[in-house]
Each structure stands twice: as C-alpha cells, then as structure tokens.
Design a protein around this ligand. Structure first.
Ligand code: MUC
Ligand code: MG
Length: 373
C-alpha cells in the first residue's frame, strides 16, 4: 500500500476564448469558463483534471463557480492526507459524503487518474485496462448561427481531412428555420459527409414528430436530445416513431440515469460525458450498461480544454468502437488552451498522446494569464 499522501488541491476558474461564437439553444459561448484542478502528492506527482459546463447553469445543475467552490470546500477535505493511489477508496470516500456534483467529481477522478498514470508510468487508458485504439474519430459541431458560414466551415474541414461528420446545433430559432438550416447544410454536403442535429431540449414531442420526419427526409442521420431531459418517455415514443435514431444527452445526469433510460428503452444511442456521470471510470460504467442493453454510444464533450478532452479520450479509447464516434473537438475551437502542447488532430481523428497520465502538461504562464481572478 502506498505510503504517499495528497498534500495540496487547487482549483482555478479559467476563461478560454473561442475562435468564434458557439451558438447553442440555451447559450452562445464566446469564452469557455472552465475549472482546472491540480492535486499534488507527497511523492512529487501532480495530477491534473478539468470540469467544464456551458453558460453558467444553463446546461446542468453545476456552474463553473459552484464546481470550484465545492471542490475547495467539500472535496478537498476528503482528499488531503489520503493515499492518492487507491482510487476506489478515494472515490468511495467521496461518494459516502457527497451527492451528485458529477462535474466536480469528474475533475477529481480525472486528476487522480492522471496522478496514478504518472506514478506508474502508464497512460490513463492503460490505467483503465488498456486502449483498444490509439485514435478516435471527431465530429465537428456547426454552431456559428449562420447557414452559409456553417457550410463554408464544413467544406474547409472536409478539405483539411479533419472532419467528415457534422453535428448542427438547432433550437435557438423557429423550428421551421431550424429544419431549413439543417436541410440546406446536408444538401450542400451531400454524400461527402454525415449530418446530425442537437436540439438541446428545445422541442416538444408533438413538434418533434413532424420536424423529425422532415429532417430524416432531408438526409439528417440522427437527432440528439430534442425534448426536455426529464421526459424520457417522450424520448422513447419518438425513438419508436421516427425513421432516424434519437440520442440521449441531457437526460443522462448520472450512471443511475443511464440504467433507467436503458431499462425504459428510451433511446438507441447514449452520449457519454465524463462530466455528467462523474469521471472517466464512471462513464465506463454507463457504457457497460448501454452495451448490455444494446444501446450504441457517442463520445460527448462539454467543450473542455485539452485536459478534459483527453480525460474523456483515454476512457473512450478503452471501449469497443463507438458507433457514432466522438465530438472531442474542444482544443480545435479554443483560441487559447492551458497546456504546453495540444493533442494532435489529423485524418479525421484525435490521436492519444504518448506518455504517462493524460499525456499533457499545464503551461504555467498560460494558466496564470487565463485564471479569472
Ligand atoms: C452537447 O452535446 O450539448 C458542448 C459543446 C457542444 O457543441 O455541444 C455541447 C454538448
Ligand atoms: Mg448535446
């Protein structure tokens, strides 16, 4: 058993500017406010993690500020002095004292996995049992708010061989304009690319029946979380009614939710997100439930920096191929990042870095400059 202990925990609010505004139904992101976590151990190893959300409290029940405060006030006292290399004991200690707060928990579990990897000389994927792949296909999210700008962006991504699957953000305008927007993009791209849509809970079940049929007729291949998160029955009915599959995203706020949705056959696809289930090991429990229920998987993001993106990627890389790929595009949309070297993206994929832990290091000058005082 390790004689080492956790000496220090620091959580920082960091503002990361985007290359362009990212327009979702509930919020337009111009600067991504994220929480960067560092856990220092007595053997000199420091583990890093991240928790990001969208638009304060507009996506989920934790905000960047609450994540930081809760890590400092409630998670840190449970960590200080403890053995950093028994993850099961540490996460059980947290779960016995803290309910919910999966975003904050995810940052902590990610940082502990990074520390474990550095301690053992293994990547996080190796700590999690070993990667099945060394790269993951990445979907690009079209969310400029302008149809022609989105088409131009997609054409550029195709030319660069960077993305060939696109997710179009809908829900911020009228349903008719939304359908027209997605149909025009798909018409422009044709068979050179796939197009899916994410409604971010903005449609009602009745409106989704007609709109879903129109989107399917236009060649859209999948509809993500069209209805409010609580209405998993509507998700189930729509999944059986529409000619294209639906994906659950916001409806899954815990591993337990994924069990309930799988039990109710609510959706044939689950979006996996480390933040919503409580960390890279927690998200693998959701994946196991989905796989047992014959539900296909997608590697979701909360628009994290390279740190959170790789915490997700290492976990997703240990799974059998994700039928709907991933959207781990954060580092490509951020004008600034907190790491010294961002991960590599080419041939339509994100490539896992070599090296122990997450495989990235914090650039201290960048961090100091981008911390929100
Ligand atoms: C989601 O799927 O709603 C984070 C970035 C993005 O483009 O979408 C969100 C997550
Ligand atoms: Mg979504």
């Amino acid at each position: 058993m390790s004689s080492h202990h956790i000496e220090h925990v620091e959580a920082h609010l960091v503002g990361l500017p985007l290359l362009r505004p990212h327009k979702l139904a509930m919020h337009t992101i111009e600067t991504q406010l994220t929480v960067i976590l560092r856990i220092r151990c007595s053997d000199g190893v420091s583990g890093i993690g991240e928790a990001a959300t969208i638009g304060g409290l507009s996506y989920a029940g934790e905000s960047p500020e609450s994540i930081k405060v809760n890590i400092e006030r409630y998670f840190t006292p449970l960590l200080i002095g403890q053995n950093p290399y028994n993850l099961n004991a540490l996460m059980e200690r947290i779960d016995n004292s803290i309910k919910g707060n999966t975003f904050a928990r995810s940052a902590v579990e990610s940082a502990l996995l990074d520390a474990q990897g550095k301690h053992l000389g293994l990547s996080v994927a190796e700590v999690l049992g070993g990667p099945l792949v060394d790269a993951l296909e990445v979907v690009w999210v079209l969310a400029s708010g302008d149809t022609h700008q989105d088409i131009d962006e997609a054409e550029k991504m195709l030319d660069l061989h960077r993305h060939r699957h696109f997710k179009v953000k809908l829900g911020a305008t009228s349903l008719a304009r939304d359908v027209q927007h997605a149909a025009t993009i798909k018409q422009a791209l044709g068979n050179r690319a796939s197009v899916r849509v994410d409604i971010n809970q903005s449609w009602s079940e009745s409106l989704c029946i007609g709109a879903g049929a129109q989107l399917a007729a236009a060649g859209v291949e999948m509809i993500e979380q069209p209805v409010p998160r609580h209405d998993w029955r509507a998700l189930a009915r729509l999944s059986r009614h529409l000619p294209i599959p639906l994906m659950a995203d916001e409806a899954i706020e815990s591993v337990a939710d994924s069990f309930n949705l799988a039990s109710a056959a609510s959706a044939p696809i689950f979006s996996l997100k480390i933040a919503k289930t409580g960390g890279p090991r927690a998200v693998l429990r959701t994946a196991a439930i989905a796989q047992a229920a014959g539900i296909d998987l997608y590697g979701g993001t909360m628009l994290e920096s390279s740190i959170g993106t790789l915490a997700s990627a290492h976990a997703f890389a240990t799974l059998p191929p994700l039928a709907w790929d991933t959207e781990l595009f954060g580092p490509l949309l951020l004008a600034e990042d907190v790491v010294s070297e961002r991960p590599q993206y080419h041939d339509f994929k994100l490539w896992l870095p070599k090296g122990p832990g997450l495989g990235v290091q914090i650039d201290e000058n960048q961090l100091a400059r981008l911390i929100q005082r």
